[in-house]
Design a protein around this ligand. Structure first.
Ligand SMILES: Cc1cc2nc3c(=O)[nH]c(=O)nc-3n(C[C@H](O)[C@H](O)[C@H](O)COP(=O)(O)OP(=O)(O)OC[C@H]3O[C@@H](n4cnc5c(N)ncnc54)[C@H](O)[C@@H]3O)c2cc1C
Ligand code: FES
Length: 402
């Protein structure tokens, strides 16, 4: 009898506890006074999108222009960024809505504007549009600042080696401006690879920084120098790296450039036994010809086409469509080109790094570019990054989850 009473009492106590919890859960907590401010701050740092207005355009070299943008909305300041980050510029060209990432070249201490240095890519869809069509006063949409290529004092130490190829100098000029302006006590070696002397972007400013700061050393390395070039020529090899930095001990390496440059530098750093965790890299765009990539199936050529079945949501309804696409174009580009479908897939880096474009592949086979950081869980559940994926067979994509 005593045992039964005890059990009943225990049940009553449990019930009272649950009721108390339920009541607490249903009570509306008063919003703390600072909440409004916090929300506004979060929105300022991570705006859903930004509207940028072109105020200045300057020629940096025969194929590169510097664009300065201010916020197009006077009551909405630009989102702050860390030196080294990029924004995605969103454009609509002949009805195709797309975007491309561009590193912010201006200093993060300059809150009034962003500057982007855009280099023309032969037959490039967006770079040619920006260089030929964009004019002062135009307004463009952009993402918030994104990317993980920035100085991290806990992991990167005090000795930094920046290796830039061509327009890959843009995040480094921002970082160097920041280090100089704030007089940050870091030792920096910049190895800047260009074709010719005329292709050295920001040269006047880089020379000036080097002359004023003994902790910053800059070496230009020209792969196609003219006969009167007195500086270093050739590629950025392991010997040239060591000649500049003397020892690899305690150094942290940042590499920014196109894929061809990156694979070459990666090989050189491997030969110097530099561990992967002492490097950080950013790859500018997809390869010019994916059929030349290691692992690309020989029987699939530039003219091979396949079918893509797409499930997506339009006006709240699930739709199925089938389109024909080229095997040698990134899937994201092919989907954006289907103007009538109006498919929008969120994206940032368009180089396989940010995972924003993650999409479910339900059937078929794709070729994914090497050096793409896929999360294990994404792989397990059949997700791909369409910005760096090329269809090898007929495929089926589920866009209802993005
Ligand atoms: C994080 C990051 C930062 C960057 N920062 C800068 C910067 O500061 N400055 C700068 O100049 N660039 C920068 N880039 C590169 C930039 O984003 C673009 O990749 C570059 O401007 C070329 O874009 P595009 O549209 O002109 O070329 P695209 O049209 O995208 O052409 C690129 C390649 O895409 C493929 N392709 C496109 N369309 C087709 C098709 N129809 N069929 C087959 N293949 C096709 C081809 O291989 C082509 O060579 C950055 C890239 C990244 C990832
Ligand atoms: S857009 Fe960043 S991974 Fe595709």
């Amino acid at each position: 009898m005593v045992k039964i009473e005890k059990e009943i009492m225990n049940d009553v106590k449990k019930y009272q506890k649950l009721e108390k919890l339920k009541k607490m859960r249903d009570e509306i907590q008063p919003i703390p006074g600072y909440y409004d401010g916090l929300e506004a701050l979060c929105d300022r740092i991570h705006p859903e999108s930004q509207l940028l207005q072109v105020t200045d355009i300057e020629e940096l070299s025969k194929d590169t222009k510097l664009f300065r943008f201010i916020s197009a909305k006077t009551n909405k300041p630009l989102a702050p960024f860390r030196a080294g980050q990029y924004i995605g510029l969103i454009v609509e060209i002949d009805g195709v809505r797309t975007s491309r990432p561009f590193s912010i070249a201006s200093s993060p201490n300059q809150h009034a504007y962003y500057e982007l240095g855009v280099k023309r890519k032969e037959n490039g869809f967006v770079s040619n549009y920006l260089l030929d069509k964009l004019k002062v006063g135009d307004i463009l949409e952009a993402t918030e600042p994104l990317g993980e290529l920035y100085y991290n004092q806990i992991f990167h130490g005090k000795d930094l080696v920046f290796i830039a190829g061509g327009s890959g100098i843009t995040p480094f000029i921002s970082m160097l401006r920041n280090i100089t302006e704030q007089n940050i006590k870091l030792n920096v070696w910049l190895l800047f690879g260009c074709l010719t002397e005329q292709d050295i972007l920001f040269r006047k400013e880089l020379d000036d920084i080097q002359s004023r700061r003994s902790n910053i050393k800059i070496q230009y390395i020209l792969s196609e120098p003219s006969a009167d070039w007195n500086g270093v020529g050739g590629f950025i090899t392991k010997d040239k790296i060591i000649e500049e930095i003397k020892t690899i001990k305690d150094k942290f390496f940042y590499i920014v450039g196109n894929r061809a440059m990156y694979s070459f530098i990666k090989g050189q750093l491997n030969e110097l036994n530099i561990p992967r965790f002492r490097t950080i890299f950013e790859l500018y765009g997809v390869p010019d010809d994916v059929t030349k990539e290691i692992g690309w199936p020989k029987d699939i050529t530039l003219s091979t086409k396949v079918k893509v079945r797409i499930d997506y949501i339009r006006q709240g309804k699930k739709i199925h469509e089938s389109i024909e696409v080229s095997c040698t174009e990134p899937l994201l580009n092919s989907l954006e080109r289907q103007k009538s479908l109006g498919i929008i897939i969120n994206n940032g880096c368009r180089s396989g790094a940010c995972a924003l474009c993650r999409t479910r592949l339900k059937a078929g086979k794709v070729f994914m570019l090497p050096d793409v950081k896929m999360r294990e869980i994404d792989q397990e559940f059949g997700f791909i990054h369409p910005c760096v994926s090329y269809p090898l067979t007929d495929i089926h994509l589920d866009l209802t989850l993005t």
